[in-house]
Design a binder for this molecule. Structure first.
Ligand code: SAM
Length: 229
């Protein structure tokens, strides 16, 4: 899509990098979890994989260590610099791209797998759908998209309890600062799981799995349909 004066400026989120950095701080088992997810997704040597909103590059690095050709995409140059260092320390070759969900460069139908974790909520809903359509266009027919994000499962009368529980859980278990939770609720664009599911199917994905197991987390496994005929 050509840039227009009404086009959403996704770089405005770079301004909240401090909160993002605390969410994205390396934790002990992130690499183990990423490797397990990539193995379940069937990553093979030579696959073209993109991680959009790659943060500090843990998943992108694990994909590269499994032999994939990895594009690590993030809107924040600071996060990409961290990703570069993280990958280099582990002798993994990743290709970083300073761009966002609305602007990453891709050849149509070229990726074997795209992953995006805890990034889509940076866009308002209309732009989420634009981003999802771009991801659909970038995948090969039959390829998977693995999406995780912070989503709401209940209607707003449950929000007080849900959000406080979510904050307590992450402050206790994941060394989150409470401020990062506050920033998320006040300044970012998480939406309902059912809105995300509908967007995903409207842009053409087959929803293979949706999981709302962890507090306020949605995990989705999507497939781009195989070519017709
Ligand atoms: C909460 S972090 C998640 C990082 C990593 N995926 C993870 O799960 O640890 C969100 C990341 O999305 C990036 N980001 C924010 N808006 C973005 C956009 N429009 N396109 C791509 N990345 C974006 C931020 O710079 C940050 O690195």
């Amino acid at each position: 899509m050509l840039a227009r004066d009404w086009y959403y400026n996704e770089r405005r989120q770079v301004g909240i990098d401090r909160a993002v950095a605390s969410i994205c701080g390396p934790s002990d088992d992130n690499d183990v979890r990423a490797r397990a997810a990539l193995t379940r997704l069937g990553v093979k040597p030579g696959w073209r994989v993109a991680d959009i909103g790659c943060g500090n590059g843990v998943l992108a690095t694990e994909a590269a260590l499994l032999g994939a050709q990895v594009d690590a995409v993030d809107i924040s140059p600071a996060m990409l610099a961290l990703a570069d260092v993280y990958a280099r320390d582990r002798r993994a070759a990743i290709r970083t791209q300073s761009a966002g969900l609305l602007s990453f460069a891709y050849a149509p139908s070229s990726y074997d797998l795209i992953v995006s974790e805890f990034t889509l909520h940076h866009l308002p809903d209309f732009w989420k759908a634009v981003a999802l359509a771009r991801i659909h266009g970038a995948l090969k027919p039959g390829a998977n998209f693995y999406l995780r994000d912070i989503v709401f499962v209940r209607m707003p009368d449950g929000s007080e309890r849900d959000v406080e529980q979510w904050a307590d859980f992450h402050v206790k278990n994941h060394d989150f600062e409470r401020d990062s939770v506050v920033t998320h609720m006040r300044d970012e664009y998480s939406t309902f799981g059912w809105v995300i599911e509908r967007m995903l199917t409207e842009v053409g994905f087959i929803l293979e799995q949706a999981d709302y197991h962890a507090p306020l987390h949605g995990t989705y496994l999507l497939r781009k349909p195989d070519k017709q005929g």
